[in-house]
Ligand binder design. Structure first.
Ligand code: DUC
Ligand code: ZN
Ligand code: ZN
Length: 472
């Protein structure tokens, strides 16, 4: 099957150009001046399919490097399966996800990873890879970490939050970072001081402050700044790189920037919720509506300019990427587990479908360039997580994961309108997007076109990732 995408503006992280893109099978084989012939062949007359991208951007498919399909949390499971979550990703122009396989204390890493393969295999509409969550750092799991690269898993996440669940202490973290340094793995960190947060949360509940809003009060920014700094220091001692997930506080960005300025290999992502949503308006919404916005770290006060600092960090490369931390829970039967006690509200929001659109609004408002949008959402995730050359770029030899994005189009986000995630609400209800995902190719196959899903569960393949190549 040969496809020619004609008349569009091809946008890579390195620049934009008017070009036609020739796809053969699963790969991009040529990026050509518009209307080119190839060795005398009239291309348009010799392909099976032509996609007219006149007036549109032709960009590498998005890579969401932080999702939690079917994550067990707080006595329930994230409501998107790999089937529903990757289909929703495709709708939004995301053609690869990297999900987190879970190991808990006492469990073998190998078993946790195998369980995640069993959940995902044969079910995904787009390609998927795994990071490993290490919820129990011990001799066996440290040894198992050294074998992860052979499984195509080259990064693992630890938690300074959630004591008794995923939490690791400083000594455990240091030891795992030492293993990472020796074996070329990238440690990822959920940087919030869990033990101190639990004390504050308990005190708030004892005072009758049980609404979702107090989730944000307990998880004050100092808890994120302190943990971010501690993780950075531990990585420095271990001589390990470090990737901080879901940065929400401007003070944490400052810690990351300072480490990078000292020459440390510290990298970080933020998420759309920290670019757009706020503690008071959203987490503080009445009648338990705030539960829709309970995630960790929490939404920050809009009066403190955290959002501006996130955008600035994305622009200046203090923050390198945007991922979603997609971890959806329905209000009915899931979020409402925490009625009367915010500590019992499962943490997470559903965003995998909207990341490309939401970050693109930064281009519309002039906060970032078109190329930076592609870099933040696709090219850097590929390089950060060992997929460079295959994903995150439109170039000969790369997978034909391609989005035709219409800057003149419009997308009204809403549960009844454009929503495909398996949640009973949208935390993005009412967001109006300048721009529209028109057509999506995953390894050369059209999965979204003409407002319809043309993909299938099982098309998505497991991504065996190599070592990080960021920065090259
Ligand atoms: N944060 C969330 O909001 N959900 C899942 C796990 C996490 O760290
Ligand atoms: Zn986390
Ligand atoms: Zn997460």
């Amino acid at each position: 099957m040969k496809t020619l995408i004609t008349g569009g503006t091809v946008v890579n992280a390195t620049g934009r150009t008017a070009a036609d893109v020739l796809v053969d099978g699963e790969k991009v084989v040529a990026v050509l001046a518009p209307g080119s012939t190839l060795l005398g062949f009239d291309l348009a007359a010799n392909v099976d399919r032509i996609i007219d991208a006149t007036g549109k951007y032709v960009i590498p498919g998005g890579i969401d490097a932080h999702t939690h399909m079917e994550l067990p949390f707080g006595g329930t499971f994230a409501s998107d399966t790999f089937e529903t979550g990757t289909r929703a990703a495709a709708w939004g122009g995301t053609t690869s996800i990297i999900d987190f396989a879970v190991q808990t204390a006492g469990q073998r890493i190998e078993d946790g990873l195998e369980a995640w393969h069993a959940k995902a295999a044969g079910n995904c509409a787009v390609d998927y890879g795994f990071h490993q969550i290490v919820g129990g750092v011990d001799e066996a799991s440290l040894a198992a970490l050294t074998r992860l690269p052979d499984e195509g898993v080259t990064s693992f996440k630890m938690f300074m939050a959630y004591p008794g669940v995923f939490y690791s202490g400083d000594g455990q973290i240091l030891r795992a970072m030492q293993v990472a340094a020796e074996h070329g793995l990238l440690p990822m960190m959920h940087a919030e001081n869990g033990p101190a947060i639990d004390v504050l949360a308990e005190q708030l509940v004892a005072q009758g402050k049980t609404d979702p809003y107090y989730h944000g009060v307990a998880r004050v920014w100092q808890m994120e700044e302190e943990a971010t700094h501690r993780a950075i220091m531990l990585a420095d001692v271990a001589q390990s790189p470090l990737y901080i997930v879901h940065v929400s506080a401007k003070q944490a960005v400052a810690q990351i920037a300072a480490a990078r300025d000292r020459g440390q290999r510290v990298f970080a992502e933020t998420c759309p919720q920290y670019l757009y949503l706020g503690l008071e308006e959203h987490l503080g919404a009445p009648d338990f509506e705030g539960a829709k916005y309970v995630c960790s770290p929490p939404l920050r006060s809009t009066s403190d300019e955290h959002q501006d600092h996130m955008w600035q960090g994305l622009r200046t490369n203090d923050l390198q990427m945007v991922a979603t931390d997609h971890c959806p829970f329905c209000q009915t039967g899931q979020k409402e587990l925490g009625l009367g006690d915010f500590r019992k509200i499962p943490n997470g929001m559903g965003t995998v479908e909207h990341r490309m659109d939401l970050v693109y609004q930064g281009v519309v408002s002039g906060k970032i360039t078109l190329e930076r949008w592609v870099e933040l959402c696709s090219t850097t995730p590929a390089r950060m997580f060992g997929l460079e050359g295959t994903k995150g770029v439109i170039a000969p030899g790369a997978d034909a994961d391609i989005v035709v994005y219409d800057p003149a189009g419009h997308t009204s986000i809403g549960f009844e309108k454009t929503h495909h995630m398996a949640i009973d609400h949208s935390s993005w209800e009412g967001f109006e997007i300048d721009g529209h995902v028109d057509t999506v190719l995953s390894r050369g196959s059209v999965v979204i076109d003409g407002g319809e899903f043309h993909g299938r569960a099982g098309h998505g393949s497991f991504l065996r990732r190599g070592a990080s190549t960021y920065p090259a």
